[in-house]
Design a protein around this ligand. Structure first.
Ligand SMILES: [Zn+2]
Length: 74
């Protein structure tokens, strides 16, 4: 499992603090085989700013969803 790191804006959690970060499961999610450690396809971290937009596109494959999402420039 990857540490929290927003796939859209690149924001990282601080000192292992996962608050505000959520995993979004996309259409291409495939659980890892039993006994395999790593990060499964289609399971992506987002920060609090972007998680709602990501969830709205969770019916897409993660690659397509990320291509449709644009980082907010604020
Ligand atoms: Zn973000």
């Amino acid at each position: 499992m990857m540490p929290p790191h927003c796939a859209l804006c690149g924001k990282e959690s601080e000192l292992g603090d996962h608050r505000g970060f959520q995993l979004v499961t996309f259409a291409d999610y495939r659980p890892l085989p039993e006994g395999i450690t790593g990060h499964p396809d289609g399971l992506v971290w987002f920060c609090a700013v972007h998680v709602d937009e990501a969830k709205a596109l969770s019916h897409l494959n993660s690659r397509d969803a990320l291509g449709s999402l644009v980082p907010k420039t604020t």
